[in-house]
Design a binder for this molecule. Structure first.
Ligand SMILES: Nc1ncnc2c1ncn2[C@@H]1O[C@H](COP(=O)(O)OP(=O)(O)OP(=O)(O)O)[C@@H](O)[C@H]1O
Ligand SMILES: [Mg+2]
Length: 261
């Protein structure tokens, strides 16, 4: 099983949206998918179409109050296995973040315990980078997708954090979300970002802005079903195809080996 972490250096970049969309699109391509939420906002379940907010999840497992995975996973209508963060208080989060700081591979070890086929993928939605949650996800990941809007502040913080991210993970790609080519400023900002991150920024990894995205979410549907011929739907399919091909090319032929977690 491969692990893909979705991180961003600003809030509202679209990490949760893309984690949920990629989880569903990969599940529809018959790939076994785990979607794990280690963001205290505990929103990924809602984006995956579950109608209740899970009370118990990673937040409690990290604190040692429950076993990770056991009894606290859900399956959505598309067959995605979902592991929630759960609802935690500020005091609980401060305590569990201390444990994450003391055990830098807690999440990697928890993921290694899932009995999932080598073709499977775990997609991790994290708290904003830098944070203990994002650092754990990056450390556990075979691939890190940095989601960023093409806006000056977002790209400037990503450019500043990029070396740190790349030093923690071999494979880092930037996904530009909410792209609006009519805004000339976005082209300039992407040019500057490209100079900072080099080939981590690829043309294929872009999702256009589409006002229907939050509307589909609010109705409990998917943009790629509601408006399948829109540019953003096309982009999401393209990103899922790219990720599916990357996962396929990187499957370890020996499932008993160390890399085939
Ligand atoms: N390409 C897009 N076009 C238009 N709206 C989008 C797009 N991607 C995401 N959104 C909307 O932007 C908002 C924020 O998205 P999302 O919650 O996925 O971001 P996030 O990075 O997870 O935020 P947070 O930092 O709060 O966890 C949502 O309302 C979502 O529907
Ligand atoms: Mg989010």
């Amino acid at each position: 099983m491969k692990t893909v972490a979705l991180v961003s250096t600003v809030g509202g970049a679209g990490r949760t949206t893309l984690t949920a969309a990629l989880a569903v699109l990969l599940a529809r391509r018959d790939r076994p998918v785990v979607a794990a939420d280690i963001d205290p906002q505990n929103m990924l379940g809602a984006y995956l179409g579950l109608d209740t907010f899970a009370q118990v999840g990673f937040g409690h497992a990290i604190a040692g109050r429950v076993e990770p995975w056991r009894g606290n996973t859900w399956r959505n209508a598309e067959g995605v296995l979902f592991a929630p963060h759960g609802e935690t208080t500020l005091a609980e989060r401060m305590a569990y973040e201390a444990r994450l700081a003391a055990e830098p591979r807690w999440l990697a070890d928890a993921l290694a315990r899932i009995d999932f086929p080598p073709r499977g993928v775990a997609l991790i939605d994290t708290a904003r980078f830098p944070s203990q949650q994002a650092a754990q996800a990056v450390r556990a990941a075979d691939l890190v997708l940095c989601v960023t809007p093409p806006e000056p502040a977002a790209c400037a913080t990503l450019a500043r954090c990029f070396r740190n991210l790349r030093d923690s993970s071999a494979n880092v790609k930037v996904v530009v979300n909410r792209l609006n080519p009519a805004r000339e400023m976005q082209r300039d900002v992407l040019g500057l970002l490209r100079a900072a991150v080099g080939d981590a920024l690829e043309l294929a990894h872009r999702v256009h802005f589409d006002a229907a995205m939050p509307e589909s979410l609010a109705r409990g549907g998917w943009l790629f079903d509601d408006v399948p011929h829109s540019q953003a739907s096309h982009d999401l399919h393209g990103l899922a195809n790219w990720l599916d091909a990357w996962l396929e090319s990187d499957v370890d032929p020996d499932p008993g080996s160390e890399r085939a977690r």
